[in-house]
Design a binder for this molecule. Structure first.
Ligand code: FE
Length: 403
């Protein structure tokens, strides 16, 4: 048996934020991040639309990037005092992810964080509130997914929470919000979305319902990401839809070891974070070479290459063409091809912020963590410790993967 779960309603297109006017309820909390939504006027607009819907509105702001367990618990407390029947989360991935977790603790005050980290073990939500998500970046697609990432800073661990209970009820994909993204964020989030779509297409859990979403997202991102990065706002608008389609695919097909590696290398080194989207962009071509040793996976990468109009007479040539094309996209977006050229903020640099010796010292531990990541299970090839160490070396030194 398969399951395919999406929000009940999805409003899209510029100005669709106004749909908030038509939510039915008495009280809404509006969860936002550090201030960009306020600065660009979207917070005021959203609040006013909710008030026009006849709701009393309480704002929870200041959700930090990579939201903490404490932020989640504080927000849940505000919700318990206020008693909303709608939770509306707006912004990049972080406020929406945090609000998803707050929702669980609002409805189940006695639930512990430990209970939620077991995948697909959430209590039944929607006994008190429904959830509406409004993304302002074009990448995580958390507005349509069953996932949320919360960081326990005491333990230094990022916990991916996964359960179809936290798939939002309503998603509002309004491209006006995404038009405020700076170029670098556009590049990183866009390649994150590309990775979502490609990993979903080759995932062992892919199905007839996820394949078309993944393929169309890949085609759109390939066509529009560079233009969007260069400031073409029509392309930017299309990217907002494309990342959402990728999200619908991966929420149901899950991901693979590009994400496992990105999750576990992200905060592992003292030189600085490896930004999620940039990590995915660097690792994806290497993982394609690795996974393509499995014939069924190679065929699916070849499907993608053909769908993009890339040239190749054999499966092998088509896979190589896809790898080359993704590397070219990175170059055009000023994203490094390997960690040895990873500069601060995720741009190409002569000297990496990730120290070579520290990387080599931590290699066995990081490799073991990546293998244990929740995304590894649906990858088309299961890596051994030796494989994962070799893959990590390949992404550090930009070596072709031929094992
Ligand atoms: Fe991602």
């Amino acid at each position: 048996m398969g399951r395919f779960t999406l929000p009940r309603d999805l409003y899209h297109g510029k100005g669709s934020l106004e749909e908030l006017k038509h939510l039915t309820g008495t009280k809404a909390v509006l969860v936002v991040g550090g201030g960009s939504m306020k600065r660009f006027g979207f917070l005021d607009k959203a609040k006013s639309y909710l008030e026009q819907a006849g709701m009393e509105v309480r704002i929870i702001d200041g959700v930090e990037p990579d939201p903490s367990v404490e932020t989640v618990m504080k927000g849940a407390q505000v919700m318990r005092e206020f008693g909303p029947d709608w939770i509306v989360a707006m912004g990049g991935g972080s406020p929406i992810d945090a609000a998803k977790a707050m929702w669980a603790f609002y409805e189940y005050p006695d639930c512990t964080f430990e209970q939620l980290i077991t995948p697909f073990s959430f209590p039944t939500l929607r006994t008190k509130a429904h959830f509406c998500a409004i993304p302002s970046t074009s990448g995580t697609a958390t507005e349509v997914t069953a996932f949320s990432v919360i960081t326990d800073y005491h333990k230094g661990i990022k916990y991916p929470l996964a359960d179809f209970n936290i798939t939002p009820d309503v998603a509002i994909v309004d491209a006006e919000l995404a038009e405020t993204m700076p170029a670098k964020l556009t590049a990183h989030t866009g390649m994150d979305a590309m990775t979502h779509a490609i990993e979903a297409y080759v995932s062992t859990l892919h199905c007839d319902y996820t394949d078309p979403l993944a393929l169309h997202a890949i085609k759109m991102i390939h066509r529009d990401l560079k233009k969007s990065y260069d400031g073409d706002m029509e392309a930017r608008d299309r990217m907002h839809n494309a990342q959402c389609l990728a999200g619908m695919a991966f929420s149901n097909a899950l991901l693979g070891i590009v994400h496992s590696m990105a999750h576990k290398t992200g905060a592992a080194f003292s030189g600085g974070h490896i930004i999620h989207g940039a990590a995915n962009a660097m690792y994806l071509p290497k993982v394609i070479q690795y996974n393509a040793k499995v014939p069924a996976a190679a065929e699916r990468y070849a499907d993608i290459a053909r769908f993009l109009g890339l040239k190749g007479a054999t499966t092998e040539e088509l896979v190589a063409a896809l790898v080359a094309e993704l590397r070219e996209m990175n170059r055009q977006l000023n994203i490094p091809l390997s960690i040895q050229n990873y500069g601060a903020g995720g741009v190409i640099a002569e000297t990496s912020i990730i120290d070579e010796k520290e990387f080599l010292d931590k290699l066995p531990e990081v490799a073991a963590n990546a293998i244990g990541d929740a995304c590894t299970g649906s990858n088309p090839r299961q890596p051994s410790q030796e494989d994962m160490e070799k893959l990590l070396l390949a992404v550090y030194y930009d070596k072709d993967v031929a094992f």
